[in-house]
Design a protein around this ligand. Sequence first.
Ligand SMILES: [Zn+2]
Length: 373
Amino acid sequence: MASLRFPDPLCRFHRFPGIDSGTLCRQASPAPGPVERLSLWPDLYDPRFFPAALGLSDAITAADRAEFAVIGKMGALDRHGRPYHTVNSYLSDRTCYFGSPFAYAAFAAESDAELGRTRWIGKRGIRTLGSMLEFGKHIERQRIFYRWVRKAYKNKYGHDKNVPELIRRGMSDELAKKIAEVRGSIRVRRAHEQHFKTGGFNPRPVKLCGCYRLGTLSKHATGMAVDIDDTANAQFKAEDWQSIEEFVGRRVMRFGRWKSESDAEALWTDIREVNDLFMKRVASEVRRIERERNERKVEVATAQGAAMAADPSWVAPPLHAVLGERFQALSPWAHRGFFHLPLELVLELHFRGFVWGATFHDNVDLHHFELEE
Ligand SMILES: [Zn+2]
């Protein structure tokens, strides 16, 4: 039997070039005014105004470099999901999003002050804005994180909006009401699944495989998305999902299959089937490798085959040998499976107007359900 290996590297992020030039700005910027007119928005491509954004290294300050070092520890990507390979690529993206270095500095100072002073006194004591944001133990990371998140909130809801108040509001009333309806539905209660765990509100950017896509705002931040039993139901990058499909020899049509209840049921059935096939294949491949190794052990012992023993696949644990470069992404799900949501629950969420993350293009988010805004 042919060996079923995962052929592609785990993470293809590094195929993408970093944004090393300000000319790659993908965000619509205000139109530059004529040269003779004094404009609040100078030409983005004019290096007199944005020298750092154009990669002129002597314009990069020590503070920029320090900020980039912090960014490196945060697990941050640009809004398209590409890593920042260089300080220039980060600064270009930052300039696209916040405007000139001067505009950024002003926004950063305002943002840091807001983060430092915002606290609410309630019945259960004092709650700080910082306690509601990620990176609570790393103030430097949290400050930069909050600048990006705050800007994203303002872009979405208006620049005069009070962002801490938006965050304080948490899960939207609409989402809370819908989740209560799902829990109370007869078919969900009959399936004894009303005790599912929900993770809801989090003021953060969209995540891709644990990294933050700076310059985006998650539906978890707008209070319109919920994660259901996320410890038992996976989120995969599109390429990891594709490798699973290749491994089990079954391709699932995921797009546009959420219109009717029968679409939703067919999608659930297909994903469940891929999950079951995946677990079976992994188990049978692990057994095959163990069997082959036992046979080879005898050969090596008798022929003293040093070359064979030096083969890296010889020493890798069987599961590692099966999953190859995908080990990190897939091994947590290899034995227990990556999908456990009951059909009744998924159908009820469909009925209540949620969109399922299984139908997303850039990732397959099996625990994620969101409402349209
Ligand atoms: Zn989610």
